[in-house]
Design a protein around this ligand. Structure first.
Ligand SMILES: Cc1ncc(COP(=O)(O)O)c(C=O)c1O
Length: 380
């Protein structure tokens, strides 16, 4: 049986062929420890430093400002817990939004046990944070603002530069979770004016289990992992050379081909959107901002239907993600759609389609046919 058409690139991405080729020598031959001073350590050490330059090249920072991690979750943990600890003498208050990924929300929740308070700023119907709301939430003792660069469910892109300008004016450290953005849109840490930025390798055609944290020179989150002195002391533990090489290559490709990738993804995403609107008419609505949005993300609400039921209908042919989960007749709507104030009868029937570099026009035409048939059938 043919595999379903993959429309879940925000969930994860396949490895780019060039990434696989770049990693191959480190799987097959170059097993050395980059910390070794003998011959075997030379190539792995050089490869890790090359990857650091590749990541820095994509993000427009210095290689020394990049720390390799195990992924987006660890990068967020390091940034938020690290600043909460290193700046604790200055205060115990964090500002974030209520549509963050659990890799931010749960960190803030965990920090509450240490007396760190968090303010969750609201978003509007499009999923946008208002910078004025962030400024309003600042109080004596605010040490960190963490607002995601783009949302994983609806793709809305946040006004990070405006928020970081506010943060700087108040002497507050600014972090952004860019796990979904890197490789899909331009992410320039200098232009964004931020202090810390999280990257997740598997969202940009590198392996799962590798990521990076940008730490602006002079910013001092507490160490994440104690041990030997790898990653200039920020993160102890022998480097994941294989995957770091993969991440480096993925960043090089993202920088080289970004414009082409953006127009490819946007064309296919918009064709899927138009196609479904044309065939289904009323009862279909976009979640997220029409323009300020990742070019690959299409979160669609099908009024009055249950996301799980739609996925059951299309699952043999299409892989997409639900915006609501149904467990024994109880429908749980995603915290993102809830925060955006999407009506229940729409939110419960929300699917996220996310296209990628490998998506083809034929796949999109087939997806329009399959989804249309499923929705018509469920509508009776
Ligand atoms: C916005 C966002 N942040 C963080 C993460 C977690 O990244 P990782 O899977 O690399 O730990 C994800 C993954 O879905 C994400 O979408």
């Amino acid at each position: 049986m043919a595999q379903p058409i993959y429309l879940d690139y925000n969930g994860t991405t396949p490895h780019a062929l060039e990434v696989i080729e770049a990693m191959r020598p480190f799987l097959e031959q170059e097993f050395g420890n980059p910390s070794s001073s003998h011959w075997y350590g030379i190539a792995p050490k050089q490869a890790v430093e090359k990857a650091r330059r590749q990541v820095a090249g994509l993000l427009n920072c210095r290689p020394e400002e990049i720390v390799f991690t195990s992924g987006g979750t660890e990068s967020n943990n390091h940034a938020i817990k690290g600043i909460a600890q290193s700046r604790r003498e200055l205060g115990k208050h964090i500002i974030t939004s209520n549509i963050e990924h659990p890799a931010v929300l749960e960190v803030c929740r965990a920090l509450a046990e240490d007396g760190v308070k968090t303010t969750y700023v609201p978003v509007d119907r499009d999923g946008l944070v208002d910078p004025a709301e962030v400024e309003k939430a600042i109080r004596p003792g605010t040490i960190l603002i963490s607002i995601m660069h783009s949302n994983n469910e609806v793709g809305t892109l946040q006004p990070i530069t405006e928020i970081s300008t506010i943060a700087r004016r108040h002497g507050i450290t600014m972090h952004t979770d860019a796990a979904q953005s890197v490789g899909k849109v331009e992410v320039d840490v200098r232009a964004l004016g931020i202090d810390l930025l999280s990257v997740a390798g598997h969202k940009l055609y590198a392996p799962k289990g590798v990521g990076a944290l940008y730490i602006r020179q002079g910013v001092q989150p507490a160490k994440f992992c104690h041990g030997a002195g790898q990653e200039r002391g920020w993160r102890a533990g022998t480097e994941n050379v294989l995957e770091i090489v993969g991440l480096g290559k993925a960043c090089e490709i993202a920088k080289r081909d970004l414009d082409g990738h953006i127009s490819h993804m946007r064309n296919l995403r918009d064709r899927l959107h138009r196609g479904l609107l044309e065939t289904l008419g009323n009862g279909v609505a976009l979640n997220g901002h029409l323009e300020k949005r990742l070019p690959n993300t299409l979160s669609l609400a099908f009024r009055g239907l249950a996301a799980n039921r739609i996925l059951e209908e299309i699952g043999l042919e299409i892989a997409a993600s639900p915006g609501a989960a149904c467990h024994s007749d109880m429908v749980t709507i995603s915290h993102v759609l809830e925060a955006m104030g999407i009506d229940r009868e729409w939110a419960m029937g929300t699917l996220r389609f996310s296209v990628g570099r490998m998506t083809t026009a034929d796949q999109i035409e087939r997806a329009i046919t399959v989804v249309t048939a499923a929705i018509r059938k469920l509508r009776g």
